[in-house]
Design a protein around this ligand. Structure first.
Ligand code: NCD
Ligand code: ZN
Length: 360
């Protein structure tokens, strides 16, 4: 039974059965490493031309040589005959030097620096413990125009998990942008109305990515008929009013909001656990799930710019020349897929999806 996707009002694009899109880019992706990388890379590369690759490996991708080596491992894992360009990022630590950031810019393959508040999410322990410690690094980013990619959640235990994004904006991000108004920022995987409003009212060089899970599901999805760990990610799914604000932002035609799946694979055992990992593995159905969300909003025709234009523009990249095609053809998202030596449960596993990518 498909109870996660509630019936929606009639669509303005009801007669569209084929959707041709500019080959999209995924501006927030976790590819992991080794056997895990080999298991998941094909799902992203089948659809996306390029991806901003998150650096939260263990140990983190914190230096330019590490980013170059990781890039090579990713390229080697891309299936034969597919072109996929990993856009690398550096993991910001208290020790990241301005020189490292300049070297990153000079490398030509690093496109951003990721700020994880220490302890905010998966493998973020080596992250920033206090913003004061990275002041010089942030000033360098602002000076050279390289984007700071932000996991926007405070880690303070006095803040409720559902309020951590809003508190981060108020306590850390707004003051930071006051101090460094030229800083280019992507507030990653926004989940709240507060974040949407903040990004909207900020200057043009402050943008946000939006995931498929935050467009399609509210926090109820984690508790339907029992505890559903495969709907648990960080920032955690929020209330319906926030989901609606995200959907409005995604389909609204503002170049400040673009596609970033945050596809974050964890093996089944790591998710179905007494202390399960955060992350939804959306890559196997990502573009299809976005199409479903945009259709629910009556705005399928806006998907192309959200998925294939605005992100590229923000990062100063040319738009991809090729296209992909989606057909209205219902299919079942697999219950489980191979992952290293085990299995993984994708986002919306076992659910019907009305769109299927058929060709590129
Ligand atoms: C991500 C992961 O597993 O690497 N998890 C998640 O829930 N999104 C980390 C992150 O982006 O927060
Ligand atoms: Zn992420």
């Amino acid at each position: 039974m498909c109870y996660l996707f509630a019936p929606r009002p009639p669509l303005t694009t009801a007669h569209m059965d084929t959707l041709t899109l500019t080959r999209p880019d995924d501006m927030h992706l976790h590819l992991r490493d080794g056997a895990e990388l080999a298991s998941v890379i094909g799902a992203s590369a089948r659809c996306f031309a390029r991806a901003i690759v998150m650096p939260n490996l263990r140990p983190p991708v914190a230096t330019v040589p590490q980013a170059l080596a990781y890039r090579e491992r990713i390229l080697r894992a891309v299936p034969e005959g597919i072109r996929f360009v990993p856009l690398m990022t550096l993991f910001l630590t208290d020790a990241t030097s301005p020189a490292e950031i300049r070297q990153a810019r000079d490398s030509g393959v690093v496109f951003g620096v990721k700020w994880y508040p220490a302890g905010a999410t998966t493998h973020s322990d080596p992250g920033v413990t206090d913003i004061a410690r990275v002041q010089a690094a942030l000033e360098t980013l602002a000076e050279i125009g390289m984007p700071l990619l932000v996991h926007g959640e405070v880690t303070d235990t006095d803040v409720d998990i559902f309020d951590r994004e809003a508190a981060f904006i108020e306590r850390l991000l707004a003051p930071l942008l006051q101090k460094l108004p030229a800083l280019r920022v992507v507030l990653e995987h926004v989940t709240t109305r507060d974040a949407v409003e903040f990004v909207r009212s900020a200057p043009a060089h402050v943008a946000a990515t939006i995931t498929p899970q935050h467009l399609l599901f509210n926090r109820d999805a984690m508790f339907r008929g029992g505890l559903r760990p495969h709907y648990y990610c960080l920032p955690v799914l929020k209330a319906e009013t926030h989901r609606r604000a995200l959907l409005e932002a995604a389909v609204g035609g503002s170049p400040k909001f673009f596609l970033g799946t945050d596809s974050a694979p964890h093996g089944r055992a790591a998710k179905e656990s007494a202390c399960g990992c955060a992350g939804c593995y959306s890559a196997p159905a990502a573009i299809e799930l976005y199409a479903q969300a945009f259709e629910q909003a009556g705005a399928l025709t806006r998907l192309d710019e959200f998925a294939g234009r605005f992100g590229a523009e923000f990062y100063g990249l040319p738009r991809n020349g090729e296209t992909i095609t989606l057909q209205r053809r219902e299919w079942l998202i697999p219950e489980s897929l191979p992952f290293a030596s085990g299995t993984i449960v994708p986002l919306a596993a076992g659910e019907k999806c009305p769109w299927k990518m058929t060709s590129s």
